[in-house]
Design a protein around this ligand. Structure first.
Ligand code: KG4
Ligand code: ZN
Length: 340
């Protein structure tokens, strides 16, 4: 059985994981998040430079975590897109260097397919058909997922504007909370009343797109509310905003399951770590008789294990390795897990 080394550097996390036959053997993560806080968002050049420093020690730390050496590794998977070009290049260069030096096969993979594969490390193989809700800092999509590796992934909807995570980050800034906004809003909201402010539920009207998402109007509604409210209760506002996002995401994900007649919903990506998204999704899936799968918190946000997981699925599926000419695809849409 092949051990796959996965490398992730698409944004501000340097992640490395080792997976064999669907089992996570070890992983390590370095983050440049703190270097971006004072800028209120990820600065690509700073992220890329941090990856350069972190990549070799993080690979070694993941091997140590698994009790393995590079000699035990049978294949390499690396995120080639989407993401920040300069950041992606660091992981791709490292993966190519190892592949060239060792002769190991190399698989360029799509970051979002990695997010979806992360769940298989916790809950085993995906069923033949499922609905995937990918909610990250850059993407918000509802997908009809089959095998993840062979059949193209069908997009049922994509956000028309901001991604859900982006909305969390922007609203946090409006509330004077630091970057990244998602985890902070989650924490602050725990002490607030989610019914305090009735923020709009975008695209849920009778004539609106059934599965469509839009978060920039919601962000503007929060901005207006903040402007006109003198004694702003930050916890109540955060909780009410979070409730609106969780409501829209889970409502539409369940509609997609109904439309596709599937009985499994998989929620992945950074926003899948949100406590209210998780609890409301569970409530609604239980009521509808749908099985909900959400990875453990550490596998929701960016990590290397998820890239090793999708690489492992490709290897076991007999996929042909990518060539050493494989390059980065900063804006590529998710259709296939492997990027050649
Ligand atoms: O998947 P991810 O780590 O990176 C991308 O591929 O974008 O997602 C990062 C996003 C950020 O916008 C962050 O604020 C959000 O996920 N996030 C959360 C939580 N943890 C991370 N949003 C809401 N609640 C959380 N607990
Ligand atoms: Zn991600």
């Amino acid at each position: 059985m092949t051990i796959v080394l996965g490398i992730e550097t698409s944004c501000d996390e340097t992640g490395v994981g080792l997976v064999r036959d669907g089992v996570l053997l070890g992983q390590a993560l370095a983050s440049s998040m703190e270097e971006h806080v004072r800028f209120g968002g990820v600065v690509p050049e700073i992220a890329a430079r941090a990856h350069v420093y972190a990549i070799v020690p993080t690979i070694q730390a993941a091997l140590d975590d698994a009790g393995l050496t590079l000699d035990d590794v049978g294949a390499i998977a690396v995120t080639t897109g989407p993401g920040l070009a300069t950041a992606l290049h660091v992981g791709v260069a490292a993966a190519k260097a190892i592949a060239a030096a060792t002769g190991l096969p190399l698989y360029g993979v799509h970051h979002l397919a990695g997010h979806a594969a992360a769940d298989t490390l916790d809950h085993g193989p995906l069923p033949a058909r499922s609905v995937g809700l990918i909610v990250s800092g850059g993407h918000t999509s509802l997908l009809h997922v089959r095998d993840l590796t062979r059949t193209p992934i069908e997009h049922l909807s994509d956000t028309l504007d901001d991604a859900a995570g982006e909305a969390f980050d922007k609203v946090a800034r409006l509330l004077g909370l630091p970057y990244p906004g998602g985890p902070v809003i989650d924490r602050v909201a725990a002490g607030g009343d989610p019914t305090a402010v009735r923020f709009p539920r975008p695209l849920t009207g009778r004539n609106d797109s059934r599965l469509g998402f839009s978060f920039s109007g919601l962000k503007t509604a929060v901005a207006r509310y903040v402007e006109r409210t003198p004694d702003l209760d930050v916890a109540d506002t955060a909780a009410s905003f979070q409730e609106a996002v969780a409501d829209v995401l889970t409502r539409k994900a369940l509609l997609a399951c109904q439309d596709q007649r599937v009985d499994t919903l998989v929620i992945v990506g950074g926003v899948a770590a949100n406590s209210r998204v998780r609890s409301l999704a569970q409530e609604r899936c239980d009521a509808a008789g749908i099985e909900l799968r959400v990875p453990r918190l550490g596998l929701c946000t960016d990590n290397g294990a998820m890239i090793a997981a999708i690489g492992d699925l490709l290897v076991r599926d007999g996929a042909k390795p990518s060539s050493l000419d494989v390059t980065v695809h900063p804006t590529i849409e998710l259709q296939t897990a492997q990027l050649v």
